[in-house]
Structures are given as C-alpha cells and as structure tokens.
Design a protein around this ligand. Structure first.
Ligand code: SUG
Length: 447
C-alpha cells in the first residue's frame, strides 16, 4: 500500500461573486437574493481558509475561477454585436439570463467533479468526472472549463484521468463530490465509495425542490472510474432532507477515514443505508457512525448553521479528527451545544474549528462546498502542477492580486456594467500569469 493523504483543492472565488437567487431549493441563495456582495471579501475569506489548512501542514491546492459573465451563452441565446452591446441588450431584455451567466458558482469546488483515488480504481489511476450540473442553468456552463482546470492541475495522463462530463440530459443529473463520500482504513489503501442520489431517471418527481443527482449518474461515474462493485454503495437521500434544504447530500453528511458524520434524516432508509455501508466495508474496517439526532439538532438548524458542510480533517499532530465548520455553526445555539458535547466525549471528532466564509455561506456554500478532496499518493502529489498548490508566496501574490482586481462591493445592478466584464478579464489575465495557465485557458483568451 502506498502512503497517501487527502488534499483539498479549493475553488478561488471569482470577481463577479454576487447574490442572484439562482438556486431553487438552496434556502440561503433564495433568502439572500439581491443583497450587495463583496467579491473581495469573498476571495480573501476563501484564501484565508486555504492558508489556515496549508499552514497546519495539510496539502492545499486551488482551482481557478471561470470567466464570467459568460458571453458564449449570451451569444448562443441570440445576442450579438460587441461584448458591451451583448451585455447591454441582455440587461434590457433578459436580465435573469445575464445574472445566470454572471454567477461565480465555480467557487464551490465540491461540485466540480467526483474523484476516485487510485487505490480504488481498476487501472490504478486517479479518476475525475467533472459534474454536468445540469439542474441549474447558471451551473450547467461549468463542466467544460472545470475539465480544463483539472487537466491543468493534474496533467499527467499516466496517473490522472479527467473524464468528460456525463450526457447533458436530466437522466444523468450530476453534482459531483457533494454527493459522494469515501471511507477507508488508510487513505492509501482500498476504500468504499458511497454515492448519494435524490431520484432515479424516469421517476415522476413531485418533490417541492429539485433532486439534483440521479442514481444513473452515480452508476455511470462508478463504472467509468472502474470501481469495485463490492466496495461501492448507492444510497438514496431522504425527500425530507431535500425539502428542508439539503440540495446536496454534503449539507447533511460528511465523512473521512472510518467516520461518517450525518444527520438522522439524511437518508431515505437510514437503517438500510448504514447496513449497506457496513457490508461494503466488511473486511476493511468497522465504520464509526456519528449520527446527529433530530431531537438534538433539528434538520432546519443543521441547514441554517451548515454543521455538516464542514471539512472533516486528519489534522497534523492531533489524534482525533478536526471539524472545520462555518462560523454560523457557532452562532446557532443547538449546533454550538452539539459541538461542545461531541468534542467533550471520546468519539472520533476531537475538535471543532470555526471559519468565516460568510460571503459564500450567503449563497449556500460552506467550508466543504468550497473544496474538492483529492487523495494523493506521494508520487501523485509530485505530479500535480506545482502552481496549483498553495504556498506562502502564492498566498501573498493572490492576496495582492485580489486587492488590486476585485471590487469591494457588487450590487445587483452592477452586473449591467460593461466595466465589470473588462475588470474580470483583466483579473483573469493576471491570474493566468500568476498560475501559469497558458495562453488560451479562458474562452475570451481564445478570441
Ligand atoms: O449549487 N449556490 C450553489 C451552492 C453550492 C454548494 N455546494 C455544495 N453543497 N457542495 C448551488 O446551489 C447560488 C448562486 C446564486 O444564487 O447567486 C448557488 O449557485
């Protein structure tokens, strides 16, 4: 068995970060529609979180933001003329569409792709399937650029396979790692892969909010990654969780190593789910289930506080896991009390650390949404593009870059400002230099 670590690749918040109210079923996104955002505060919060983890000795990487507003979609929708004319006309006649092409949603890297470590795959390569995110228009435009970004960060085809997105059709609705958990005895050894879906293809869906992941999408990813069916399990999310605002499973569940931390109402068939996980783990490890009962933390509180949308980490130098939770978890009475009691006990989670990612949280993105986990052996780690890994020097350069290029505040009407397009492109051109992304990484650079 090779030694391996779980690295985190965070999505860098883009210059157009705003509150568009674009995600049905994501309660924070709906609640905060129309607020004025701070793209600069957003990117700096994300960078501070990355720095905190890197400083602790964890492997921390980053994924570059996408080009927004995304003119190719506006042109596909019939707008023409100069870029400025396209923005002006779109704002006048289809402002909702302009908002959808302006979202900085690629920051939520947990939705970038599903990732299977090489220890789990038939060809012993590390596999990525970028998510098609087809349930929402504003996110359905991410997949191709995400694939490019992953190929930049993980360039070695001998070791890494970055698949194409699944077909852009509702039967294959896929939201990536936000609906996927890997448990294992050791990161470098074989693991079990848990896929969580909200509905099956062809099923009449009568839920209040969309179910964004299908069983068929999960099965397709598992096949493409060459996973062992005996170590793979497909679990259905509960409709109650989706209705309460768990638009992704990672809003009510997180796991690492042998620990699964989840809300009592997360799964449609709770006992069946736990039995299935035990069965696929049999012979490898005994799962540690940390189940949070509704009586202690009501699902509504779990969702507003984002208790489960936390990073569950093996922190260097600590013998129990650390939960990196959003500040909102500390500010919600029930989750604060739960965390205090949990860490005072002798379970697998020994400490909770709170981080401020409020700009992202107001759009329904907690610490766990902002990162894509990639288990890397030492050889794989050495094959990652060095520019994709956080260092003190890169952090300092990115803070300076963000302060120079990002607006302090962005009100809804500012999306109509053609200067925002120019500023964003200047920011991405400068980032291209800093990260060595190459001359044609962004569509606008390709002309
Ligand atoms: O897909 N919000 C994102 C949040 C994604 C959170 N990711 C995970 N749970 N892993 C979404 O709903 C809102 C954008 C807006 O309304 O402006 C948004 O896309």
């Amino acid at each position: 068995m090779s030694r391996a670590v779980e690295a985190n690749f965070d999505g860098l918040v883009g210059p157009t970060h705003n509150y568009g109210g674009l995600s049905e079923g994501n309660l924070a996104s709906a609640r905060n529609e129309g607020l004025t955002s701070s793209p600069r505060a957003g990117v700096l919060e994300g960078l501070a979180k990355m720095k905190r983890l890197a400083d602790s000795g964890l492997v921390q990487g980053l994924i570059p933001p996408h080009e927004r507003p995304y003119l190719p979609l506006l042109r596909q929708a019939g707008f023409s003329g100069s870029d400025e004319a396209v923005i002006e006309a779109a704002w006048k006649t289809a402002p909702g569409l302009l908002r959808k092409t302006s979202s900085a949603s690629p920051m939520w890297a947990a939705n970038a792709a599903t990732v299977s470590p090489s220890a789990d795959t038939a060809d012993r390569r590390l596999h990525f399937t970028p998510a098609n995110l087809l349930t929402t228009l504003h996110r359905s435009i991410e997949g191709r650029q995400t694939r490019r970004a992953l190929q930049w960060a993980f360039p070695d085809r001998q070791r890494f396979e970055v698949h194409d997105v699944l077909p852009m059709q509702p039967d294959f609705a896929d939201e990536g790692a936000a609906n996927h958990v890997r448990l294992c005895a050791e990161q470098g050894g074989p693991g079990v892969e848990i896929f969580v879906y909200g509905r099956e293809a062809g099923e009449a869906w009568s839920g209040k909010f969309p179910a964004r992941q299908t069983l068929e999408a999960c099965q397709a990813v598992a096949r493409a990654h060459g996973l062992d069916p005996a170590r793979t399990v497909f679990i259905r999310q509960s409709e109650a969780a989706i209705e309460a605002g768990a638009f992704h499973n990672d809003v009510v569940c997180v796991g690492t190593r042998t620990t699964l931390f989840f809300h009592e109402k997360a799964f449609a068939n709770r006992q069946g789910a736990l039995d299935a996980i035990r069965r696929v783990a049999d012979g490898l490890f005994e799962p540690d289930f940390v189940e949070v009962p509704e009586a202690e933390v009501a699902i509504g509180d779990a969702i507003t506080s984002y208790l489960f949308n936390s990073q569950l980490l093996e922190w260097p130098g600590e013998d129990r896991l650390v939960l990196v939770a959003p500040a909102e978890t500390e500010e919600t009475a029930s989750t604060r009390a739960y965390c205090a009691a949990m860490t005072a006990g002798n379970g697998p989670i020994g400490r909770v650390e709170f981080v401020d990612v409020r700009q992202s949280m107001r759009n329904g993105g907690g610490p766990a949404c902002l990162r894509l986990r990639v288990v890397l052996t030492e050889a794989e780690r050495a094959a990652v593009s060095p520019n994709a890994l956080m260092t003190d020097a890169l952090y300092a350069r990115l803070v300076e870059w963000a302060q120079r290029h990002y607006r302090e505040s962005l009100a809804p009407n500012d999306l109509a400002d053609p200067a925002l397009l120019r500023e964003s492109r200047e920011a991405l051109d400068a980032l291209t230099q800093i990260l060595g992304l190459g001359p044609d990484f962004y569509p606008f650079q390709r002309g």
